[in-house]
Design a protein around this ligand. Structure first.
Ligand code: ME8
Length: 474
């Protein structure tokens, strides 16, 4: 029997309380590149994204927009889906936590499993809550009394809730992270979470009184309580596979999660704790990326440094944005984007780089070869696969661009346009070699710049110069 290798990758499910921004575009693009790469190398791949809708932020945003929450959500979800079309995101499923048929049964099943394991109990929560993070926080999470991520003062709460016995799982979670069974990439993030685990995990409040959380999934057997949003949200990674409703795609589990550093502890502590309690395997990998800033600062309307992904996409096109994010932002560190930097990178890497190279080579081929070269399939080079397998997308892209400049030099060095004047055979051979090398580069471009890669391979197969792929921008 042939069992196909599977690859399951998820983005966080984003809050639809505002239109998507560059950070959402970045995370989802990382997932997309990895999903496309794994499909190409033969994995049965499933790529999940979606929206995390049971947040009071949505209710507030809808109110201030003068809309009813459901209508507001439809509009914002449409904006996310449009962004994904414009960015060429090849997701297999877009899950919405308000989907009572797809998502709710699995969350209810999860709650029941935690309860049967004896891990849910009622108690009083006294403490702080940050509505921005949708998290119970402590004084030490604050800077000048405010949440550093959201710049707001948390609310003081005293309420009766159901708690999840997360403390019980501190040790097994730690062991699985140390052994690499739950791999956390990069190492800096692994160390960060191990330091947290060394301090011991506290039990967490897993529900809120219904009058405070009007919007959400009711706790089974207690209508007066609504499930805590992170309990509901994290479970999406398996409800999407049919957990609690037939398990049709559960064979993809466990998979990998891609997320930003802001939500590491939910993914590396809460979620593994829930899975252990429910008797399910932990995710294989968490890829935790940094934050994108603009001019070294957090993007903000007040600073006027917000770069809207849709604006860049409209001005430069899909693959230009994919190129910048893939090559010029490291998934392991914080990255920066400015309009000037974007334009320079575009002109250097795409207009003068890839675009010019493809056009020079295919111009020669079209003029001097009698027909298309015969393409041979070659496996990906080790430098490329290693970078991809370590999730170092920027390194993989860097390698591709090193091959692009090497090929550029080869044209100058071998000068087939001169050779062909005196030796037609030798000249044609040199040109055919250039086309073969262009095709090898193009195959590596496929997960990164899918549309451009397709145009180049079509030009090669038709032995024709492609249209101007990346016009220079002044
Ligand atoms: O946290 N740079 O949703 P969210 C890079 N609903 N990535 C960024 C970023 C930035 N400046 N800002 C945000 C939530 N992100 C929850 C998730 S998952 C079960 C629930 C990205 O809309 C990054 O991936 O606030 C970050 O983790 C995520 O958006 C937070 O998205």
């Amino acid at each position: 029997m042939i069992t196909q290798k599977t690859f399951y990758i998820t983005s966080p499910i984003f809050y639809p309380n505002a239109v998507p921004h560059m950070g959402h575009a970045y995370t989802t693009l990382l997932c997309d590149i990895l999903a496309r790469y794994h499909r190409l190398v033969g994995f049965e791949t499933y790529f999940l994204t979606g929206t995390d809708e049971h947040t009071e932020k949505v209710v507030k945003a809808a109110l201030s927009a003068g809309q009813e929450p459901h209508a507001y959500l439809e509009d914002v979800v449409t904006r996310f889906k449009e962004l994904y079309v414009h960015l060429d995101i090849s997701y297999d499923q877009f899950i919405r936590t308000s989907d009572q048929a797809a998502h709710w049964p699995g969350v209810i099943e999860m709650w029941k499993r935690l309860t049967s394991a004896g891990d849910i109990y009622k108690s009083t929560y006294t403490g702080l809550y940050c509505a921005g993070c949708e998290a119970f926080v402590t004084e030490k999470d604050l800077v000048d009394g405010k949440c550093p991520d959201h710049g707001i003062e948390p609310e003081q709460l005293k309420e009766e809730n159901y708690f999840f016995r997360l403390s019980k799982y501190t040790r097994p979670i730690k062991e699985k992270i140390i052994s690499g069974e739950l791999r956390i990439v990069p190492g800096t993030r692994k160390n960060e979470i191990l330091a947290l685990l060394n301090g011991g995990l506290q039990d967490v409040s897993f529900s809120r009184p219904k009058e405070k959380m009007t919007w959400g999934i009711p706790v089974p057997c207690d209508e007066t309580q609504t499930m805590y949003i992170w309990m509901d949200a994290l479970t999406n990674y398996i409800t999407a596979l049919g957990f609690g409703r037939g398990e049709e795609k559960m064979y993809f589990w466990p998979g990998m999660h891609v997320l930003g550093k802001d939500i590491l502890r939910f993914h590396a502590a809460f979620w593994p704790g829930m899975l252990l309690s429910a008797g399910l395997p932990l995710p294989k990998t968490l890829l935790v990326h940094g934050f994108i800033t603009s001019g070294g600062k957090k993007m903000s309307k007040t600073l006027g440094n917000v770069i809207d992904p849709e604006e860049l996409l409209a001005e430069y096109g899909t693959d230009a944005v994919r190129y910048f994010l893939a090559r010029h932002i490291s998934p392991f560190e914080d990255g920066d984007i400015t309009r000037e930097g974007f334009k320079d990178a575009y002109n250097a890497g795409l207009a003068n780089g890839l675009g010019n190279l493809a056009s020079r080579i295919m111009q020669l081929a079209q003029t001097h070869l009698t027909g298309p070269v015969k393409l041979e399939w070659k496996p990906y080079p080790k430098e490329f696969t290693e970078a991809m397998e370590n999730f170092e997308i920027n390194k993989a892209a860097e390698y591709v661009w090193s091959r692009i400049s090497a090929l550029d030099h080869k044209i100058t060095e071998t000068a087939p346009f001169k050779v062909i004047k005196t030796d037609t055979m030798r000249g044609s051979e040199l040109i055919a070699n250039l086309v073969h090398e262009l095709a090898a580069i193009d195959l590596m471009l496929e997960p990164i710049l899918p549309a451009t890669s397709k145009k180049i391979i079509e030009a090669i197969m038709a032995n024709k110069k492609p249209e101007n792929l990346f016009p220079r921008k002044d």
